[in-house]
Design a protein around this ligand. Structure first.
Ligand code: N01
Length: 512
């Protein structure tokens, strides 16, 4: 099936360079980009990955209980449906295996380069290409670059006084230390986000005791996780259309949730109220002490921080060996965590404190036309067109970039919409014979202003702190609409909004 989708290889776009296209990262975005390039007849590309295997965040996050909170029949690439998912929300190893298999089935192995950390990109105006530098000092040149580094890549350790003085073991949940046996240990967990609610119930069964340091309680909804029986898997294998139907059903159900997040009208309020009732019921079903219940009820609007789904969090908190501390953490002492003037002794400290999501591509440094660095370009906001292209940075395409994050649906859907747009751009380069396409500055400004205007009316700016917001409070991460709108607005490449540069090739279409 993989080969059916692949187009015959077309002549190279830039035979004067090492590659027509360089892709950075081999997670969902990088794997999708590889298939997308082959599909459009481009075979001169490499996918550079700093680790030794594919998977991105689904390779790195191996904590107990790790799973996606979007059902996998939807959270998967449309060209690589997997009838074999074992349940609605399969665990991380199944998702990682799926990506490994997709890379093999779609002939991406020859293009994958592991252990290659891209450290900088520099646009070379004279040659109309990107110079791609690696941490080991090597360099290659490519006509276009697709950045697929992912927003949830760099773990953020909390900045707490005395952290380095801790004498026990300390690690971040995204870099789980499987060599540390938690059996019988006193474990401290900092944070109560999407990661913590998944692993605390798992480790509570083995740890001696767990102290959860909660700064803000999350809104939680029940998770309808069911095994996929063998007959269903066989059915999906034999009749793929049925699996697609199921996929669309999940998609539209998730899409409905956007109504609670992207507006502040009556419908949004009604949905928010229903979420609050369901969340309260979940708390009441497991926690009987009213004072303990109160600790767990969020004060912000559902969705302002990511809405979490689990059936196991409150039962875990109700266990006799689990305590929730709501006093602010004052410091870390050699033997534990100081909160409310008391030292909570711990043998192991786990930071479930999320990712540096607002630093976007960092630590990768990107210098565009005239040497402008992307961090300077974004000093007053991560300006892009639809999260993908940036004025002054020709032939650079970001996947899951600024202004495209979701709180309600599959980011893989957004990535695939972006890949279609990128195919349009690469097709335009081939058709026109231009060496570069550069976004119109006015369109970038207009798109960013529109995003900010609309984000001001969403739940993400309704008054809570979250990884969606930068230090100055701005939300540059989220898409303020439905995914249907995003798909519609990116379905064709708007060639008139891009400046074409023909460089010294002088506009010879395809196969120069
Ligand atoms: O991180 P988070 P995460 N002192 O940023 C607390 C995706 N994901 O790794 O809320 C004390 O959500 C912080 O407190 P507060 C998903 O997109 C998906 O859990 O800021 N506490 C918060 O409780 C998700 O949104 C899945 O007050 C501190 C927690 O740490 C994203 O990844 C699974 C602190 C961080 O929560 C990130 O999730 C896992 C400090 N100094 C992740 N600093 C699924 O698909 C931070 N906190 C299921």
């Amino acid at each position: 099936m993989a080969r059916d989708l692949k187009s015959a290889s077309l002549p190279r776009l830039r035979p004067d360079l090492d590659f027509d296209v360089v892709v950075i990262g081999a997670g969902f975005g990088g794997i999708g980009a590889g298939e997308s390039l082959l599909r459009s007849g481009i075979s001169s590309f490499a996918i550079f990955e700093q680790a030794e295997s594919v998977g991105g965040t689904w390779r790195d996050n191996t904590y107990p209980g790790c799973a996606c909170d979007i059902p996998s029949h939807l959270y998967s690439l449309s060209f690589s449906l997997n009838p074999e998912w074992t349940r609605s929300y399969p665990a991380q190893p199944e998702i990682e295996t799926y990506l490994e298999r997709t890379a093999t089935e779609f002939d991406l192995r020859p293009h994958l380069r592991f252990g290659r950390e891209v450290s900088a990109l520099r646009w070379i105006d004279d040659d109309g290409c990107w110079s791609v530098s690696f941490a080991d000092g090597a360099e290659v040149r490519a006509g276009s670059v697709i950045g697929a580094t992912g927003p949830l890549r760099r773990p953020a350790m909390p900045k707490i006084a005395g952290l380095e003085s801790f004498e026990g073991e300390i690690f971040h949940s995204a870099r789980w230390r499987h060599d540390i046996d938690l059996a019988g240990k006193r474990v401290g967990v900092i944070g109560t986000g999407a990661s913590a609610v998944q692993f605390v119930p798992e480790i509570a069964a083995v740890a001696g005791n767990i102290t959860v340091f909660q700064r803000t309680p999350p809104w939680i909804l029940p998770r309808d996780d069911r095994p996929s029986p063998q007959w269903r898997r066989t059915l999906y294998r034999r009749i793929p259309a049925l699996q697609r139907l199921h996929r669309w059903r999940i998609y539209f159900r998730q899409e409905m949730l956007s109504l609670a997040f992207i507006g502040r009208g009556r419908i949004a309020q009604r949905l928010a109220d229903r979420i609050k009732v369901a969340g309260r019921e979940l708390i009441d079903a497991s926690i009987s002490d009213p004072a303990e219940q109160l600790k767990l009820v969020p004060e912000f609007e559902p969705g302002c921080k990511r809405l979490l789904i689990t059936n196991d969090w409150y039962p875990a908190l109700a266990r006799p060996n689990v305590e929730v501390v709501t006093d602010s953490i004052e410091a870390i002492a050699p033997t534990g965590v100081v909160a409310g003037g008391v030292i909570h002794e711990c043998d192991v400290l786990i930071a479930a404190t999320g990712f540096a999501a607002t630093e976007f591509l960092a630590p990768l440094r990107i210098f565009g036309r005239n040497g402008e660095e992307i961090t300077d370009h974004w000093r007053n906001g991560a300006r892009t067109h639809m999260g993908m292209t940036i004025s002054g940075f020709p032939n650079l395409y970001l996947l899951a970039g600024p202004s495209t994050g979701l709180g309600h649906n599959s980011i893989v859907f957004m990535i695939e919409a972006q890949l279609r747009y990128v195919r349009g751009a690469l097709g335009e380069l081939r058709r026109s014979g231009a060496v570069s396409l550069e976004l119109d500055d006015a369109l970038e400004g207009a798109t960013y202003d529109e995003m900010q205007r609309r984000l001001a009316k969403t739940v993400w700016t309704s008054g809570c702190g979250s990884w969606y917001r930068s230090d100055d409070g701005r939300v540059d991460t989220m898409w303020p609409g439905t995914t249907i709108e995003y798909w519609w607005r990116t379905r064709t490449f708007p060639r008139s909004s891009y400046r074409r540069d023909f460089g010294r090739f002088g506009g010879t279409p395809a196969g120069r």
